[in-house]
Design a protein around this ligand. Structure first.
Ligand code: MRU
Length: 354
């Protein structure tokens, strides 16, 4: 997705989300005309990826505000609070969700003396800002990341990525895929190995589709093939996104990222995380405090709707894992690339967000 015009579309009264459960075979949109519909779309993976979840939740608040037709400020405030709690309960790990909701709540609290119609307009403007800023931020991440990665091998790069951190996971352009796109624009990408990303197959279904549309040479591999390609010297760098980064740089991302980081360390391959500063949660000291979502068993039991594990067999399905800061070569943000010790570099960058 080159321009980010597909993940979500706001038409003034409805949030249209491309149904990521149906990609790449069907391009269908789900219309969300109520905050509850947005919360369900996030929970059910119509929209996913940390920044895209945050932007969608912001529009969820706009929908809640617009649906109120009374004239009681207290009632209006309480409806916004309810919508915010409903949206906050949709998924627990990606901090961008809570960050975006806080931004929306701040608009309400700072303008509590204005009339209701004015607050509705301000909320809509803020959601549009969050969306537009996300694309701008991703382009900066792409630029910052491509500068660093270009210097790595002195030749066209063979990259490996996990899950989907592309236009579909953001308002547009993507974080890890934004870096890959920026490198590609400079002729610096030879090929990308795309982990299929069991159990939800974001890599096979979404990342490979995005790279194909961008004209970037990509090969889908099963997750358990990464070590093989690394051992053959076929990977110059790994680049992934993030759902929540603790103050010390520990990073929660799609399940399987931790294993990849360990492999990268073993084979001495640079391992980069690309994420906006809004993904950094400085209220959390280390990765062990990041809440890890456990998703429905169905996702593991079935592959594209077909059962492969019978009901009497028990399964576990944690959706994220935490990569310790020591396994991360650098964290690419819109403010620059943070290097260890992250406690210092992250705080410095995060202060710029205030
Ligand atoms: O469960 P998902 O598909 O929402 O998980 C997405 C990821 O783990 C992404 O890597 C992360 O959100 C970064 S998206 C720019």
């Amino acid at each position: 997705m080159a321009h980010g015009d597909m993940t979500l579309k706001w038409d003034g009264s409805c949030l249209k989300l491309i149904d990521q459960r149906k990609l790449p075979f069907r391009e269908e949109y789900v219309d969300c005309a109520q905050a509850g519909g947005v919360a369900a779309a996030i929970r059910d993976m119509v929209v996913r990826g940390a920044p895209a979840i945050g932007v969608s939740a912001a529009y969820g608040i706009v929908l809640a505000a617009k649906a109120y037709s009374g004239d009681s400020k207290d009632e209006f405030m309480s409806i916004i609070r309810q919508a915010s709690s409903q949206l906050a309960a949709s998924r627990p790990t990606a901090v961008n969700l809570f960050w975006a909701l806080e931004r929306m709540e701040k608009v309400v609290s700072e303008n509590r003396d204005e009339d209701i119609e004015k607050i509705k307009g301000l909320l809509e403007a803020e959601a549009k800002n969050i969306e537009a800023q996300d694309i701008e931020i991703n382009k900066k991440i792409g630029e910052n990341g491509s500068k660093v990665l270009r210097g790595l091998a002195g030749k066209s790069l063979r990259l490996l990525t996990h899950c989907n951190a592309g236009g579909l996971a953001t308002a547009g352009y993507g974080t890890a895929l934004g870096v890959i796109q920026s490198l590609h624009e400079k002729g610096a990408v030879k090929e990308v190995l795309v982990d299929e990303t069991r159990p939800y197959l974001q890599g096979a279904r979404l990342t490979a589709w995005e790279l194909y549309r961008l004209g970037i040479q990509a090969f889908v591999i099963a997750d358990n093939m990464a070590a093989h390609f690394m051992s053959k010297g076929s990977v110059d760098a790994v680049i992934v996104g993030a759902d929540r980064i603790a103050k010390n740089g520990d990073t929660a991302n799609k399940i399987g990222t931790l294993g990849l980081s360990i492999l990268a360390g073993y084979f001495k391959i640079p391992f980069f995380v690309a994420a906006p500063l809004s993904t950094i949660d400085i209220s959390i000291a280390g990765g062990s405090d990041i809440p890890i979502e456990e998703r429905p068993q169905e996702e593991l039991r079935k592959v594209m709707g077909k059962a492969i594990i019978p009901d009497y067999i028990r399964v576990r399905n944690p959706s994220f894992d935490v990569t310790p800061n020591g396994n991360i070569t650098g964290i690419i943000t819109e403010a620059g690339v943070a290097y260890p010790p992250y406690t210092e570099s992250i705080i410095k960058f995060r202060e710029e967000l205030k």
